[in-house]
Design a protein around this ligand. Structure first.
Ligand code: PAF
Length: 281
């Protein structure tokens, strides 16, 4: 696997590959890789000639300084994992290489998608995501880019950015990877205490129950039911639960049979924030 830290060197290499008519698949990450990330790399490898992974903990998408400082960094292990799935290229730039002296976000208009859910609780988060993903797309110039559905709102926002800015890349959403006990894989899981780790699968259990209950109660009653379940839970604190339209991400109170909905949830396990979602189809 080739490792690049300098964007102009990566650009030159990829331009050369493009001139040889090689297609480029791209998996942007913040490192602390797990099976979920590797599944994206495997998908990219199947459909493209060259697969590029980036590892960059993007400061502008963190509204919480402590979360940024404590974000797990496991570079040596990440390299081993990427080599185990035959990743072709790793881009591992420094903050200065990406932002120079100006560590700020551009402002984006994602047609309101950014004001829902995560956008309400993480100030400026999606401007930070838009800024870094657009920057990385400009450097890598991929044919296809792969994102997990655990961050479903992020996925929809990136699709919107690509559409609005007419970026020449196809965005591929990939299914959520889960631990055997149902907990959605996340780099943040590594920071859970043993107790919180044992309690965290409750989140997916609740989502599965909601999926079963659809049709028996309306959306507001379901939300109330979820809130009651978390009030009784000793370790997990609910930040939000909402049932929303997959496309607009607007919270719904009425479930129409011809629309696609998802249930979205954010929960604190101690000071670790976990998110998950489930299709209600
Ligand atoms: O999902 C992530 O890991 C990050 O938000 C991303 C897309 C790599 C941008 O920093």
């Amino acid at each position: 696997m080739k490792i690049f830290k300098i964007k102009s060197e990566l650009k030159d290499f990829l331009l050369q590959q493009k001139s040889l008519k090689k297609s480029i698949g791209f998996v942007p990450t913040m490192g602390a890789l797990h099976e979920g990330h590797l599944s994206l790399v495997k998908k990219a490898k199947k459909k493209n000639d060259i697969t590029v992974v980036s590892i960059f903990v993007n400061p502008t998408q963190f509204d919480n300084k402590e979360d940024l400082v404590k974000y797990p960094k496991t570079f040596d292990n990440d390299v081993k994992l990427l080599e185990s799935v035959d990743c072709d290229v790793l881009f591992f730039p420094s903050v200065e290489e990406i932002y120079a002296e100006n560590i700020t976000s551009d402002k984006f208009d994602f047609d309101g998608l950014e004001h829902q859910m995560e956008g309400k609780f993480r100030d400026g988060h999606f401007d930070g995501v838009g800024t870094i993903v657009k920057t990385l797309f400009e450097i890598v110039n991929p044919d296809k880019a792969y994102f997990g559905k655990k961050d479903f709102q992020q996925l929809q926002i990136i699709k919107k950015m690509v559409e609005k800015h007419k970026l020449p890349v196809k965005i591929k959403g990939c299914d959520i990877f889960r631990e055997d006990d149902g907990l959605a894989m996340s780099s943040r899981n590594a920071r859970l205490t043993k107790e919180h780790r044992e309690g965290a699968p409750f989140i997916y259990k609740i989502l599965k129950k909601i999926k079963k209950k659809i049709g028996t109660k309306n959306a507001n009653e379901l939300k109330q039911w979820v809130e009651e379940q978390f009030k009784k839970h000793k370790l997990l604190e609910l930040e939000y639960f909402t049932i929303a339209d997959e496309k607009t991400l607007q919270t719904t109170s009425i479930i129409e049979s011809d629309q696609k909905y998802r249930a979205f949830i954010a929960v604190f396990a101690g000071d670790i924030r976990l998110i998950d979602n489930i299709s209600l189809k």
